[in-house]
Design a protein around this ligand. Sequence first.
Ligand code: GTP
Ligand code: MG
Length: 177
Amino acid sequence: SNGPRQTKQPPQIKICLVGDMAVGKTSLAHVFLQQPFKEHYQATVGGVVMARTLENPVVTCQVWDTAGMERYRALLPHYMRHARCAVIIYDCSNRETFDSVKNYWLDFVESCGEEGLVKILVGNKMDVAEKVRAVNIQEGELLAQSRDMPYIETSAKFGLNVDDLFILADKRVSWHQ
Ligand code: GTP
Ligand code: MG
């Protein structure tokens, strides 16, 4: 026989995705979960939890995809409970979504996040044409630096930096343990 069966579960980290409507939270979560990217926008209602286990190091990322719609804001502190990482997302082609990171999301996450919460700033839709881009990389980097968090640009549409985002989240959480 091969001895006792391995029953040990991999460690889990809870990662909460926040940001304005339509910035691409659900798209990033789906692509990370190896589901196809959808062009069709369907607003998230409430929140949805998904998980994927990374291999090296072995860790289960429990991804909480929240609703950007204002009507569901009251639920967010509940979704943030016990989160180890908040991923704050804006859309590189939409200036308003970047402004609301500065005016709303950073303070929100700091007010309801638990001690040692890791924050990551994400500029999604990096694939958009240069003339459509409304926030440049330097602005994203500067804002992230000013709040002592890493910055990464992603494209859910083309799968750019999506795994890297969650690997970064895992690394940062491990450092903070
Ligand atoms: P809420 O659930 O309402 O908060 O929105 P969300 O943040 O979950 O946005 P969602 O992932 O539903 O994406 C909104 C729209 O942006 C959809 O039409 C997506 O196809 C599109 N989209 C998402 N990510 C990208 C991207 O990386 N590049 C481009 N070009 N479009 C994207
Ligand atoms: Mg969504």
